[in-house]
Design a protein around this ligand. Structure first.
Ligand code: S3P
Length: 437
C-alpha cells in the first residue's frame, strides 16, 4: 500500500505570495526544441518535476549534452539531424507529453528507437499520434492495444495536409515536430484551438510556423535552421490553478501568485472562475514571448457553471478543480464534451466522481463529463482519499480538504512530484493558522 498523508488542516485562510514553478508544457518544449537547434539553449526557471526530468533524460539518451549553470539548464543542441540512436529503450516515466512529442521528433530520424513508460502511461492511447504520423511516411509500431511500448523506425517524411480528429496539443505538436523534418510544407488543421507553446517557441528559434486567423490551421515549412535561444519559462497556470481555487473557496483568503503564464490557450480556469464570480485581479507583466501576469485572489461566493466542448481545451488539466469549485457552490454545475479526461494519467471523470463522493459530494458521471450538485458544507463518508497515482487528483484533493471539518488522509501523495514537487511546502506556506488571525 502507498503512503498516506494527513491533508486536512483547519485554516483561517490563505495569505502571502508565491512564485509558481515553471510551466510544464513550456519546459518540455524548451528541452526538445533546444536539442534539435544549433548552439546552446539556456532554460531559465525550468520545471524540475518528474515529467520534465523524463524529457531531460530522454534527450541525454539521444546523445545531447545537458548541463546546469546555477539554476539554469543548458542544452547543447546538435541541429535537426544531430540526435543519435539510443543504446536502450527510452523511459518516458509517467509523461504523456514526452512520449507524444518525442514520437514526432524521432519519426524522421535516421535510426530506430523504442519508448517505454510506467504502468499508467502504458495504458494511454498512442495511435492518436502514430496514425497521423504514418500519413507522413512514419513507421511506428505500437503494442496491439495501441499503447506503449512503441517502436519507431525513422523514415524520410513527406509534407501533409491533415485534419486532426482529437483536440490535443500533444498530437498537434508531434505533427509539427515531424513536419520540420519533411520534404515539403505541411498544413495541420485542429478540431479546436489547443495550447500553442510549440508554435510560439519554434518561431522564436527561427522556424517558419504560421497560424491562420481561424486559430486552427497551422502551416509548417520544413528544414529550418533552428538557433538555440534563452527561454525564460513563466509560472505554470495549471499549478497556479490549485491556489486560485484554494484562495477562492477558503474564507478570509488574500494571496498573490507571481509571474503566471496567461497564454489564452491556457486561461480557461481564469475565465471559468471569473464567470462563477471569483475575485481575481490580473496585472500583466512585460514579456517578449509567452505572456505572464501577477494574479491577486481573494475569497468569493460563487455561482454554478456549465462548461461545454468548446471550453474544454483551454481548461483540460484544470477540470478536477472545476469539479471541486462546483462541489462548493450551491446549485447544479455541469461539464460536458470532456471525454478526453478519460485518457489522462487516470480516467479523471471516474476518479473525480469516486473521490469527491467520499467527501459527501453529490456528483454524477456522464460519458463525457460530470453533473455536480454543490453544497455549502459536505458530510464526508470516507476519510481516506486517494490520488490514484495522478498528480492533479492528489493536489485537487489536498485543496478540497481545506473545506473539511474532519480529518482526512491522502493515499499516494507523492504523485504530486510529477508536475509540482514542492506543492505541499508551497501550500503550507500560505496557510494561516486559526489562532494567528
Ligand atoms: C499538454 C497537452 C494536453 C495536457 C497535458 C499537456 C502539452 O494533453 O492535458 O497536460 O504539453 O501539450 P492533450 O494533448 O492530450 O490534450
Amino acid at each position: 500500500m502507498g503512503k498516506r498523508k494527513l491533508i486536512s488542516q483547519p485554516t483561517a485562510g490563505l495569505h502571502g505570495e508565491l512564485l509558481l514553478p515553471g510551466d510544464k508544457s513550456i519546459s518540455h518544449r524548451a528541452l526538445l526544441i533546444g536539442s534539435i537547434s544549433s548552439g546552446t539553449t539556456v532554460i531559465k526557471h525550468f520545471l524540475h518535476s518528474a515529467d520534465c526530468l523524463s524529457t531531460l533524460q530522454a534527450i541525454r539518451d539521444l546523445g545531447i549534452t545537458v548541463t546546469e549553470q546555477g539554476n539554469d539548464i543548458v542544452v547543447h543542441g546538435q541541429g535537426l539531424t544531430g540526435l543519435q540512436a539510443p543504446a536502450n529503450p527510452l523511459d518516458m516515466g509517467n509523461s504523456g507529453t514526452t512520449t507524444r512529442l518525442i514520437m514526432g521528433l524521432l519519426a524522421g530520424q535516421d535510426f530506430q528507437s523504442v519508448l517505454t513508460g510506467d504502468s499508467s502511461l502504458q495504458k494511454r492511447p498512442m495511435r492518436r499520434v502514430s496514425d497521423p504520423l504514418s500519413t507522413m511516411g512514419a513507421d511506428i509500431q505500437t503494442a496491439p492495444a495501441g499503447t506503449l511500448p512503441v517502436k519507431i523506425t525513422g523514415q524520410p517524411l513527406h509534407g501533409v495536409h491533415i485534419k486532426l480528429p482529437v483536440a490535443s496539443a500533444q498530437v498537434k505538436s508531434a505533427l509539427i515536430l515531424a513536419a520540420l523534418q519533411a520534404d515539403r510544407s505541411s498544413t495541420i488543421i485542429e478540431k479546436l484551438p489547443t495550447r500553442d507553446h510549440t508554435e510560439i517557441m519554434l518561431r522564436k528559434f527561427g522556424a517558419d510556423v504560421q497560424t491562420a486567423p481561424d486559430h486552427l490551421t497551422i502551416t509548417v515549412k520544413p528544414q529550418p535552421e533552428l538557433k538555440g535561444q534563452t527561454v525564460d519559462v513563466p509560472g505554470d497556470m495549471s499549478s497556479a490553478a490549485f491556489f486560485l481555487t484554494a484562495a477562492t473557496i477558503v474564507p478570509h483568503s488574500d494571496i498573490i501568485l507571481r509571474n503566471v503564464n496567461i497564454n489564452t490557450t491556457r486561461t480557461g480556469i481564469l475565465d471559468a472562475l471569473l464567470k462563477m464570480g471569483a475575485n481575481i485581479q490580473v496585472t500583466a507583466l512585460p514579456s517578449s514571448g509567452e505572456p505572464a501576469a501577477d494574479l491577486r485572489v481573494r475569497s468569493a461566493d460563487l455561482s454554478p457553471l456549465d462548461l461545454g466542448e468548446k471550453d474544454i481545451p483551454a481548461i483540460i488539466d484544470e477540470l478536477p478543480l472545476i469539479a471541486l469549485l462546483a462541489a462548493c457552490t450551491p446549485g447544479r454545475s455541469t461539464i460536458t464534451g470532456a471525454q478526453e479526461l478519460r485518457f489522462k494519467e487516470t480516467d479523471r471523470i471516474a476518479v473525480i466522481a469516486q473521490e469527491l463522493r467520499k467527501l459527501g459530494v453529490s456528483i454524477q458521471e456522464l460519458p463525457d463529463g460530470l453533473i455536480i450538485e454543490g453544497q455549502e458544507t459536505w458530510r464526508p463518508v470516507d476519510p481516506t482519499l486517494d490520488s490514484h497515482g495522478d498528480h492533479r487528483i492528489g493536489m485537487m484533493m489536498a485543496i478540497a480538504a481545506l473545506r473539511s471539518t474532519t480529518a482526512l488522509l491522502l493515499r499516494n501523495p507523492e504523485a504530486v512530484a510529477v508536475s509540482y514537487p514542492e506543492f505541499f511546502v508551497d501550500l503550507n506556506s500560505l496557510l494561516t493558522k486559526e489562532k494567528e488571525l
